[in-house]
Write a protein that binds this ligand. Structure first.
Ligand SMILES: [Zn+2]
Length: 259
């Protein structure tokens, strides 16, 4: 699945211009950028990609990184067609056609609940007889490996949470959003001033997607027969990395989203 870079820049600029207008105060306050002297109020509609990125990162109250991440994801999601999504999903599946699949009664049992509660439009998870697969999802597919089901996901609460979390990624179209984050970071890479913003946006966007998938899962599991404390213990053990918030933060978020 590829996002056209030129189309991305055009649509991103369009969305960014609107976001910038909303950020500007009604009193037409003019903000001078540290990097150059572009004035947002006067120059707002003519800013190119790099000026726009700098303008938004400077103008937004929280530093603009979350805003740039959201805009990048929305832009990619708007550009990727259902045909591209289908093709991408078929290609992913074709790679694994020789790996044997098994029925797993625990996965089936929890999927029945998760799919009913979330009204999932997607196919049931696939379980591969493999130590290679962890829990993952893309545009359409969700997959698990048997080794992981027998180890990290041995506990029912951990498995139910993971199925609901991956379903959250599918329903939020995070595979498509992540393409936007990657393209944004690529576009920033060629510019010294922007390259660090690009990486921050990529990581922040990915972490935001994890938080939203966790909240989605918490709301689903609170309607199932699952012990909340077991889910919190499972989450607390995860370390923080560039793409995932720390386990303690995830557990706190899930505790507060549990209804
Ligand atoms: Zn995730």
């Amino acid at each position: 699945m590829k996002v056209d870079s030129k189309g991305f820049q055009e649509l991103f600029l369009h969305k960014a211009r609107q976001a910038l207008k909303e950020l500007e105060s009604p009193q037409e306050q003019v903000v001078a950028l540290p990097s150059d002297t572009v004035q947002l109020s006067q120059g707002g509609s003519h800013l190119n990609f790099s000026s726009m990125v700098l303008a938004l990162s400077a103008a937004a109250p929280a530093g603009g990184i979350p805003l740039l991440a959201a805009l990048s994801q929305e832009t990619a999601q708007a550009l990727i067609t259902p045909e591209q999504e289908k093709l991408h999903s078929e290609r992913m599946r074709a790679q694994f056609q020789d790996v044997p699949k098994v029925d797993d009664s625990r996965v089936s049992r929890f999927w029945e609940d998760v799919s009913a509660i979330t009204k999932s439009p997607f196919p049931a998870p696939e379980v591969f007889q493999s130590s290679f697969f962890d829990a993952s999802s893309d545009v359409e597919t969700m997959s698990f490996g048997t080794t992981m089901l027998e180890s990290e996901l041995k506990d029912d609460a951990a498995l139910a949470f993971t199925i609901a979390h991956e379903e959250g990624h599918r329903q939020h179209r995070d595979t498509q959003g992540a393409k936007g984050l990657e393209l944004f970071a690529d576009l920033c890479l060629s510019n010294d001033e922007l390259s660090s913003i690009g990486i921050q946006v990529l990581f922040e966007g990915r972490k935001q997607n994890e938080r939203e998938a966790d909240e989605f899962a918490a709301r689903v599991l609170s309607q199932m027969d699952i012990e909340k404390d077991q889910v919190l213990t499972f989450l607390s053990a995860f370390p923080e990395d560039n793409l995932h918030p720390a386990g303690s933060e995830r557990a706190a978020l899930v505790a507060s989203a549990w209804t």
